[in-house]
Design a protein around this ligand. Structure first.
Ligand code: NOJ
Length: 595
């Protein structure tokens, strides 16, 4: 049980300005193409290092046909809005053929569009219209597993001699029960499912409808590579790779080795051939295109991350870690928030450590929200009416001023917050539904479970995007697949677009600041005042330019002791009408100063 909960805990690990008077950012000519700092890093300029990535959960973004589910035509209708944000890249969660056991992460056809989302023609139009606006498109690559409704699996389960048998991991029942493997989404947390037709068990790290593909089979690798080429040939600009560290397995399926101390996620991420397969993928596919790749770095520690993203190894470009988003949950729990909250000192340590990993090689990412996480303002800021906007802008400031490519989640630019369902019936996510069942089966405290889910459940980050104050926030004319947050009459694009001090307009300003100033992209990061429990302070430096970022993470005034002379500091951006110039910060204040 303890091992199981450890694994669950790591899964957790699986999501305005008041313009300072001088918001002029920097109008001087931009730094030369290869800056000194970048050159020193042996880490040349790349478009994906300078990009701001914006993630869209297509199911919840915009519904064009009234079926309550977002779709591609909906996204197309909002491209001008997306362009107005100043972002460069859009990452779409899976849009492929799927029975939607896990909202598209269970793929039944890798080269088709999910019928709820539209057609291949809609996709081609989306890509064309995005490229016409100079926006790049990154797709989700989900190849650790497929759907059980994929034709490969349908064939595979027919007989032991079927040509597709070895596309998946099977264990013949006459050998007895295979060694335990933990599953994320199984009601019994068991990753082996018995299948009567061939008297065998198949492996599914996720739900029973997500059987794991057998990457040790060269045919599977070639199928995946050719599918990737299909999308790249269409002009797609990259892939975000779902649980990619899990693809290689020891197919003798031994007992969990003792050195993993029951941590299945860590074990899953240490398969024997992962890097060999990623190098082959790079050589056969990515190296032929100008595209970006980012791994969902589940189970990968900071000292292992360069194995994935050191350019000399020819694997992937970036990886996103789970250390930051795991902070503040009770150990060995199903994402139960620590009543004491999270420690900012720890938070700073984690993000500073991950910055240092990529100081010489590779390149980092930074995010606080995504479709697997609750809303960042609820989780890391303060979603009360008094502090929602300020804390949300403060967190946005953090994301856009780190030395790493920011992955920003749709709706966070509006300051959207958790919906906090009271009843299990309101949830749609397989994770919440199955964990509830698990909790129930083991006689757990269901009330406590639901309370914790109000903070940590994934559906909090998946509620429909809030466009305006009309019914269902303008997301759909039908019944939305997941309820809309009741704050939509005031938190929405239409209202915020008109308000110069809104979260939305703050986001636009800070994106522009980053895009116009390479110091925010490539500049050296230095943490200051590390032990300050309330303020996150750091400098960014490049080619003689030195910027200071001060962020008060709490609801009380706090001072930063940076030891720097701020007397000539110039305010570049801040989230209060009168930004602090002396390091004394108001609650949730964020300010960027040029020194
Ligand atoms: C990680 C994805 O981000 C998550 O949404 C999904 O449930 C699992 N992988 C399984 O594909």
């Amino acid at each position: 049980m303890r091992a199981l909960l450890t694994a669950v805990a790591s899964l957790a690990t699986l999501s305005c300005l008041a313009l300072g008077q001088n918001n002029s950012a920097d109008s001087r000519p931009k730094a030369p193409v290869t800056t000194q700092a970048a050159a020193n890093k042996g880490n040349d300029r790349k478009w994906w290092k300078e990009a701001v990535v914006y993630q869209i959960y297509p199911r919840s973004f915009k519904d064009s046909n009234g079926d309550g589910i977002g779709d591609l035509k909906g996204i197309i209708s909002k491209l001008d809005y997306l362009k107005s944000l100043g972002i460069d890249v859009i990452w779409l969660n899976p849009i492929y053929g799927s029975p939607n056991d896990d909202n598209g992460y269970d793929i039944s056809d890798y080269q088709a569009i999910m019928k709820e989302f539209g057609t291949m023609q809609d996709f081609d139009e989306l890509l064309k219209e995005m490229h016409a606006r100079n926006l790049k498109l990154v797709m989700d690559l989900v190849v650790n597993h497929s759907s059980d409704e994929h034709k490969w699996f349908k064939e595979s389960r027919i007989s032991r001699s079927n040509p597709y048998r070895d596309y998946y991991h099977w264990w013949p029942a006459e050998k007895g029960k295979p060694a335990h493997r933990w599953s994320f989404f199984d009601v019994n947390a068991d990753a082996w499912k018995y299948d009567k037709a061939t008297d065998s068990y198949y492996l599914h790290y996720f739900s029973q409808k997500q059987p794991d593909l057998n990457w040790e089979n060269p045919k599977v690798r070639e199928e995946v590579f050719s599918m990737m080429r299909f999308w790249f040939d269409k002009g797609v600009d990259g892939f975000r790779m779902d649980v990619i560290p899990f693809i290689s397995k020891d197919i003798s399926f031994p007992e969990l080795p003792a050195e993993y101390h029951g941590d299945y996620i860590k074990y899953y991420a240490h398969g024997p051939h992962t890097h060999e397969y990623l190098q082959a993928m790079n050589k056969d596919v990515m190296s032929k295109y100008d595209v970006m790749t980012v791994a969902e770095g589940i189970g990968v520690s900071s000292d292992e991350s360069l194995d994935y993203v050191d350019a000399d190894r020819h694997e992937l470009n970036m990886l996103y870690h789970f250390e930051g988003v795991s902070l503040g949950y009770l150990p060995n729990s199903r994402k139960v928030p620590d009543p004491k909250g999270y420690s900012l000192v720890e938070f700073k340590k984690i993000y500073s450590k991950w910055d240092s990993v990529f100081a010489q090689k590779g390149w980092g990412t930074v995010y606080l929200g995504n479709h697997d996480q609750p809303r960042m303002t609820t989780r890391w800021g303060n979603d009360s009416p008094q502090w929602r906007e300020l804390s949300s802008k403060m967190l946005t400031t953090f994301l856009l001023t780190m030395r790493a490519t920011p992955y920003y989640y749709a709706g966070d630019e509006l300051g959207m917050i958790n919906i906090k369902f009271d009843r299990i019936e309101d949830y749609r996510d397989i994770e919440s539904l199955n964990w509830y069942q698990l909790e129930k089966n083991s006689g757990g405290d269901l009330k406590k479970f639901l309370e914790a889910q109000k903070i940590s459940a994934r559906d909090n980050g998946r509620t429909p995007f809030q466009w305006d104050k009309t019914t269902n926030a303008g997301f759909t004319t039908g019944t939305p697949w997941l309820k809309v947050n009741s704050n939509y009459p005031t938190v929405n694009v239409a209202v915020e677009d008109k308000d110069p001090n809104s979260c939305l307009n703050y986001f636009r300003k800070i994106v522009k600041l980053r895009k116009d100033n390479q110091v925010l992209v490539y500049g050296k990061y230095t943490l200051l005042d590390a032990d300050n429990p309330d303020v996150y302070a750091y400098t960014r430096e490049l080619d003689g330019k030195k910027w200071l970022v001060l962020l008060n993470f709490h609801d009380k005034a706090a001072s930063a002791n940076t030891g720097l002379d701020l007397s000539h500091a110039k305010v570049l951006l801040g989230n209060y009408a009168t930004p602090s110039r002396d390091g004394k910060l108001k609650p949730y204040e964020a300010v960027i100063l040029e020194l």
